[in-house]
Design a protein around this ligand. Structure first.
Ligand SMILES: Cc1cc2nc3c(=O)[nH]c(=O)nc-3n(C[C@H](O)[C@H](O)[C@H](O)COP(=O)(O)O)c2cc1C
Length: 159
């Protein structure tokens, strides 16, 4: 069967996900961040997570070189952050409250549903993406908050 890319995207869009902004510091200590839905848990012991980043993405080399990254899991009222970090806005971090994570130094965005601070453990290039695997060094979460969801190309909140 020949897989046409439009149908492939439509089928993948049926898989509902949460939304994260994954962030790291570049070589000059400046924060970079990108909206990512391909985040997944990988292992409990040791605690590993992964995400997939397009090889054509602006910050791909920054993430591949960074020692650490922070996974900022967005809550239902943070759609604007998802749009912002998926865009080519000149200063994505303007007016975004953030601070260096205590465990990793990677940029942690305030008010998120959860944050996982990671050390970059391994990368694997597959197809047109690189899989970045991180070891979780520290975490925080809001036990009662609600997530921002992404389904069929649209944002959704839990009913
Ligand atoms: C909800 C959502 C989820 C996304 N998930 C991913 C992802 O998992 N991997 C990825 O490489 N890009 C993902 N993107 C696209 C990136 O956020 C970004 O737009 C893309 O890397 C292009 O960035 P650039 O224009 O700076 O190169 C997602 C975008 C949105 C809106």
């Amino acid at each position: 069967m020949v897989i046409d890319s439009r149908s492939f995207r439509k089928a993948l869009g049926c898989f509902a996900t949460g939304v994260t902004v994954i962030a790291a510091n570049d070589g000059q200590g400046k924060p970079v961040g990108v909206t990512i839905s391909s985040f997944a848990s990988l292992s409990l012991e040791p605690p590993l997570v992964l995400f997939c980043l397009g090889l054509g993405a602006s910050y791909v080399e920054t993430f591949r070189k960074a020692s650490h990254f922070a996974v900022n899991v967005l809550r239902d009222d943070q759609k604007e952050l998802s749009i912002r970090f998926a865009s080519r806005m000149a200063d994505k971090w303007a007016e975004v409250e953030h601070s260096p994570g205590a465990a990793s130094g990677a940029p942690v965005i305030s008010h998120c549903l959860a944050v996982l601070e990671c050390q970059l453990e391994k990368e694997m290039v597959e197809g047109d993406h690189v899989i970045l695997i991180g070891r979780v060094l520290g975490l925080d979460y809001d036990p009662g908050g609600q997530p921002l969801l992404y389904f069929r190309g649209n944002y959704a909140e839990m009913a």
